[in-house]
Unconditional design. Structure first.
Length: 244
């Protein structure tokens, strides 16, 4: 077949300035035009970039925050571990979560939960923490009434009351417990194990020893004004004489 029969003038015909070339293949490119371009305007691009689909900027949208508010209570995830149970056929893996819960007004509790999935373990730990809430008396709603020490196993902690403006000087699991409790001025120190479970239990143990002037006055048969007045004069609560 010649070029005449193919429907075009011959390559060497007079007046033809086109070079001789073979038959054309299928035209490349999409609606955007250009070599291999799609709607994105770039080589091989889609709406989200080179060779990719739509962008996934919300890929972490479903990840729950570390601290969540549920009504009056605030729960905070302290630690999460993957645990394994050895069985005859191999190992069964699960997750263990440690959560502290408080209302930031003097109540705090902790819980531990295990499940095959992380959200379920956190839910179990949160439900257990809500059942173990304890009330801690706070001075002026910002600090502790007096110093205290707590211990659980190898975990030993020390808590000290601080004046206004000191801030929350604590770290790790102790800070999480004090934050959900609602303390804003305190100095804390861990002197024992760094295991988060022991540290949380030791911190709760130290907080349970806190006593308010009203509780001390009722126990000693005194008036609250007498105890507070002595404290402002420089005397400690331990130097208040008991009547009777």
């Amino acid at each position: 077949m010649t070029d005449e029969t193919a429907g075009g003038p011959p390559a060497d015909a007079p007046g033809s300035d086109r070079p001789a070339r073979g038959p054309r293949g299928p035209r490349r490119g999409g609606p955007g035009g250009g070599a291999g371009r799609g709607p994105g305007g770039g080589p091989g691009r889609g709406p989200g970039g080179p060779g990719r689909g739509p962008r996934r900027d919300d890929r972490n949208r479903n990840a729950g925050p570390e601290e969540r508010a549920e009504g009056e209570l605030v729960d905070k995830l302290v630690a999460i571990n993957r645990v394994a149970k050895v069985v005859k056929g191999g190992k069964n893996f699960a997750f263990a979560a440690l959560v502290v819960v408080g209302d930031k007004k003097g109540r705090v509790g902790f819980g531990h939960g295990k499940a095959r999935e992380v959200p379920e373990a956190i839910r179990k730990a949160t439900e257990e923490a809500k059942k173990s809430l304890v009330r801690v008396p706070l001075r002026e709603g910002r600090t502790l009434h007096h110093d205290g020490n707590g211990r659980w196993g190898a975990g030993k902690v020390m808590l000290r009351a601080a004046p206004a403006g000191t801030g929350l000087i604590a770290g790790g699991p102790m800070r999480a417990v004090l934050e959900v409790l609602g303390v804003s001025d305190v100095v804390a120190k861990s002197k024992g194990s760094s295991n988060p479970y022991n540290m949380v239990r030791a911190t709760i143990d130290a907080l349970k020893e806190q006593s308010s002037p009203r509780q001390v006055a009722n126990r000693r048969g005194l008036k609250v004004a007498d105890l507070v007045g002595r404290r402002k004069d420089g005397a400690s609560l331990g130097e208040v004489p008991a009547e009777g």
